[in-house]
Design a protein around this ligand. Structure first.
Ligand code: RM4
Ligand code: MN
Ligand code: MN
Length: 424
């Protein structure tokens, strides 16, 4: 299914008068709105190929219907989403869940939907049918070189698929670790992992980056071999200039100060990728901004401040991706909500009065500093974000239009009620 342009146009026309009133009000209250709108238009977030189906937990999975049955249908879903909000113009593939069968036709489809191939993701956390060695006790860290080699070869194969598609980065997330004290020699596990990563690093094309993603716990519950940003940064530094740390919002221990982490990683020039989601307890993979919107804003505030300090391009110099699992909501609706939350936080972080904040910091004026941040966070940026969508031919209200057009009902008609997407 595709959404015809005239339907988006009609939807926008019906809402235009009310939108005009709101945007005029915002423009009169907020400085530099043209610059902000342009930045919002440029900002694109990748959608992972595993986020289009219903997610599940180890207790169960409740399929919602009309799930994409193959890579082409997943791309079609992202195309739908992108046509509604014009902010999800990239796809991130997980191999082997989504191995492209026909490169030329997959590329043509991507071009048709206006999508680019973002970071490739390898998978050595599951055993695949016919695989020689098991990853039960780890992959790149494994005590047996043959297992490590298999995992290295897999990552190199993922790079090859990425090269075919025009991707320029590899994200390595490892489930490696241990479940019980004594199970692992921490130093050996680290060294094995480092050596394995070095072999993968050596296979990277010149223009590629490798992102080392960390996670504090799960599926291993005693230790994780890339468990936090310190460990990830150690690997990234030892690997070389093409290696970066990837921050996934759900991969920290409770109450970690993620905004401080991203600030320092940016300072070191070692923040490479970012996975958006939200959580209350752990790696919950909930809709972005649904639980802790202020934290999301504070993180964006540091991202923008840190990128500005380094003269980085907000859109292209970091790999932005949503990494969420949709267990009870329609995945496409959930993704529309996530992108909206990202754009709102990004927009709010762009209006922080940085000069005044720096002055307050220099004067130890704690109250003023807090006021400056909260002023930005409490500013309603919805009309500005909608205006950016309008100018790039998206819908003023993507979620409302998604429902009006009965997109899910149509997908169920096309694909059936019982389809299951590959993924977790
Ligand atoms: C992991 C991690 C990875 C993602 C997998 C599916 O927890 O967040 O980025 O690829 O889940
Ligand atoms: Mn992730
Ligand atoms: Mn995760």
């Amino acid at each position: 299914m595709q959404i015809e342009k005239y339907k988006i146009q009609a939807h926008n026309d019906s809402l235009l008068a009310a939108h005009r009133r709101r945007i005029e009000n915002s423009v009169s209250e907020i400085k530099d709105t043209e610059d902000i709108i342009q930045k919002l238009i440029d900002f694109q977030v990748a959608i992972p190929s595993w986020a289009l189906g219903t997610g599940g937990t180890r207790f169960g999975r409740f399929s919602g219907g009309g799930e994409p049955r193959n890579l082409e249908e997943k791309m079609e879903d992202i195309g739908l989403l992108h046509s509604l909000n014009q902010s999800g113009g990239a796809i991130s593939l997980h191999i082997p869940w989504d191995i492209p069968k026909n490169i030329a036709s997959v590329k043509a489809l991507a071009a048709q939907f206006g999508l680019r191939f973002d970071a490739m993701n390898s998978n050595t956390f599951q055993d695949q049918p016919g695989q020689e060695h098991s990853y039960k006790f780890g992959s790149l860290q494994h005590v047996n070189k043959a297992v490590r080699q298999q995992a290295i070869d897999h990552n190199i194969e993922v790079i090859r698929h990425g090269v075919d598609l025009g991707s320029e980065s590899l994200t390595v997330w490892l489930a490696d670790g241990s479940c019980f004290p004594g199970q692992l020699n921490f130093r050996k596990a680290f060294q094995n992992t480092l050596e394995s990563l070095k072999e993968i690093y050596a296979a990277l094309p010149d223009n590629w980056k490798i992102f080392v993603e960390y996670k504090a716990f799960e599926p291993n519950f005693y230790s994780t071999t890339v468990g936090d940003w310190g460990q990830s940064l150690l690997y990234a530094n030892k690997l070389g200039p093409k290696a970066y740390t990837l921050v996934d919002l759900g991969h920290h221990l409770a109450n970690a100060n993620i905004e401080q982490i991203v600030s320092l990683l940016l300072m070191e020039g070692k923040l490479g990728g970012f996975h958006f989601n939200d959580s209350k307890y752990g790696d919950d993979d909930l809709t972005v901004g649904s639980i802790k919107p202020y934290q999301l804003f504070l993180i964006f505030n540091e991202l923008v401040e840190g990128m500005e300090a380094k003269g980085m391009n907000h859109n292209t110099d970091l790999g932005w991706m949503i990494d969420a699992s949709h267990n009870v909501k329609d995945p496409l609706e959930d993704l529309l909500q996530s992108i909206e939350a990202i754009m709102l936080s990004y927009a709010q972080s762009l209006i922080v009065d940085r000069k005044a904040l720096a002055a307050a910091q220099e004067n130890n004026d704690v109250t003023a500093a807090q006021e400056i941040l909260q002023n930005a966070f409490r500013t309603d940026m919805r009309a500005i974000v909608a205006e950016a969508r309008l100018r790039s031919a998206g819908a003023l209200q993507p979620l409302a239009l998604f429902r009006e057009l009965k997109v899910r009902e149509n997908l169920i008609k096309e694909r059936g009620l019982k389809t299951i997407a590959t993924g977790l």
